[in-house]
Design a protein around this ligand. Sequence first.
Ligand SMILES: C[S@@+](CC[C@H](N)C(=O)[O-])C[C@H]1O[C@@H](n2cnc3c(N)ncnc32)[C@H](O)[C@@H]1O
Length: 311
Amino acid sequence: MAFHIPVMIEQVVTNLITRKTGIYVDCTVGGGGHSQNILETIYPEGILVGLDQDIEALEFARERLKPYQDRVVLVKSNFADLAIVLQNLGFSKVTGVFFDLGISSHQVDTPQRGFSFNKDNFLDMRMDLSKKLHAHYIVNHYSEKQLTEIFSKYGEERFSRSLARLIALERKKNPIETTNQLAELIINFYAKHKKGKWRIHPATKIFQAIRIEVNGELSSLEEALWKAVNILEVRGRIGVISYHSLEDRTVKNIFREWEKKEIINQYGYGLKKLFKKPIYPSEEEIKQNPRARSARLRLAEKIGTKEVSEK
Ligand SMILES: C[S@@+](CC[C@H](N)C(=O)[O-])C[C@H]1O[C@@H](n2cnc3c(N)ncnc32)[C@H](O)[C@@H]1O
């Protein structure tokens, strides 16, 4: 099975790369699909720095990117630490920064990683296996109030409070150890309260919420996007593929903030969106790779104060 099928490759490469001699950062290397395509375009003049917090992803990508190894640096890191990683490598400015958010197919499809409600295993969900907090702790030790909050904030789950209560009651009898145990609890709850067919699996939102909490996904994204704008050279570009509305909203809001005149004047630089609307994968791509269906790509270019006053 493929490690991960990269989404909207052509749209990313065409819009992100502005010069072949530049330094590009792939903040989410995963299986190295986007990295490889960026390298195919910039090699041997340009440089790619690749980050991932998942050691398994980096090991796979290292093999895949061997043909370009003299122009690639791969670092195990959270992308929230983007600035310090680049500083340690001696890069003060970069030409393009790319994020392909969320989890890879390898992570979802590996039962031991505990991300999927379709595969029974210990409730883990850590992208970074060196971190202590995992889903099992959250499900079994967070208070009912904390669970309600994360289900509602990160899952936008209608029945957050009832599901948090159900989990709190259930774990008093028996700890909730596995992905299947948790998924079945949610399925049974939905079966009692809803009739007919479900559009998505009833555990989707709760699993998403727990995963976001385990990995601190939205706070890392926010931090990384601010840093990415700082570290970009003027006319450098930033591209982000997101897979759900919470991620996309974060990207949209931060881009919008950097487009404000007062922010641009305050910092001396800001962003200009490349396209008004996000780019979506084609129907053909979704047919080939159904996991691409929720993807949206937003792109922006860094501008300096000069460009603003000229307008
Ligand atoms: C959708 S996959 C990327 C797939 C990749 N573009 C490819 O072509 O194979 C997302 C990857 O980002 C990584 N990731 C997610 N959040 C991260 C973070 N905050 N810091 C570093 N890596 C992160 C995950 O571990 C995962 O490998």
